[in-house]
Design a protein around this ligand. Structure first.
Ligand SMILES: Cc1cc2nc3c(=O)[nH]c(=O)nc-3n(C[C@H](O)[C@H](O)[C@H](O)COP(=O)(O)O)c2cc1C
Length: 208
């Protein structure tokens, strides 16, 4: 696929076919992940590919529990039922709930992790894992696979780490369900560029 077609049609795909994903496809996706930049080129990323059905189910149970018992306390999600049913917010929350109910059925979960070297994780450190995560999303799209960047598992970080044997000095940055899409790829709703891009001074229109 042409690069810009991949970028313009990559979006959260939360309805996934449970059919397995071949090893060589997974390998290609991970090869793309490790092309990403990281601070000092330290490459503290680690990618846990979870295919075992029992592990997926147990992670799915933890994720669902976190969605209903923790995420729903966040006002954006809690109050979404008051938003019009056809609003972007209502659609995202409903789709996110569907994923919470089914994430363990995705044929593969990739847990993107980062070794923290004892530093507390923040935006700067996070910047050393998310380019690799984005490469995973784009490579998957180019290969016809659906993904969603998710973080709700972090409400159950302790249980996830114990389940998967992840050491304490490692952050679990993103849980990415991967599978052939049941829905369609397509252009995602985004604010117009004129609203978010400035030239030289904050708030100054680019004019192009
Ligand atoms: C940092 C981050 C965390 C996210 N966490 C979740 C999540 O836990 N669960 C989920 O279903 N989607 C999650 N998403 C996906 C967003 O909801 C999605 O990217 C956004 O709604 C745009 O979707 P679209 O590309 O289909 O328009 C996350 C995205 C980002 C960037």
């Amino acid at each position: 696929m042409e690069f810009f077609e991949v970028v313009h049609t990559q979006r959260a795909i939360r309805r996934l076919d449970p059919d397995p994903i071949p090893d060589d496809v997974l390998r290609q996706i991970l090869e793309a992940a490790v092309c990403a930049p990281s601070g000092g080129n330290r490459q503290g990323w680690r990618f846990l590919v979870i295919r075992d059905a029992t592990l997926r189910r147990r992670i799915g149970d933890l994720y669902r529990d976190a969605w209903y018992n923790d995420l729903l306390k966040v006002p954006y999600y809690r109050d979404a039922s008051q938003a019009p049913a056809d609003s972007d917010r209502a659609k995202v929350v409903s789709s996110s709930r569907h994923l919470a109910d089914h994430i363990g059925e995705a044929p593969v979960l990739i847990l993107a992790c980062l070794e923290t070297e004892g530093m507390s994780a923040g935006l700067t450190q996070g910047a050393s894992i998310y380019p690799a995560v984005q490469n995973i999303l784009l490579a998957a799209r180019a290969l016809g696979l659906g993904t969603t960047l998710t973080t709700i598992h972090r409400f159950r970080d302790r249980e996830i780490k114990t389940l998967l044997g992840i050491p304490d000095n490692v952050e679990t940055a993103a849980l990415i369900p991967l599978g052939y899409p049941l829905g369609k790829f397509g252009r995602a709703p985004r604010k117009p560029l004129a609203e978010v891009a400035y030239l030289d001074r904050w708030g100054q229109a680019t004019g192009w």
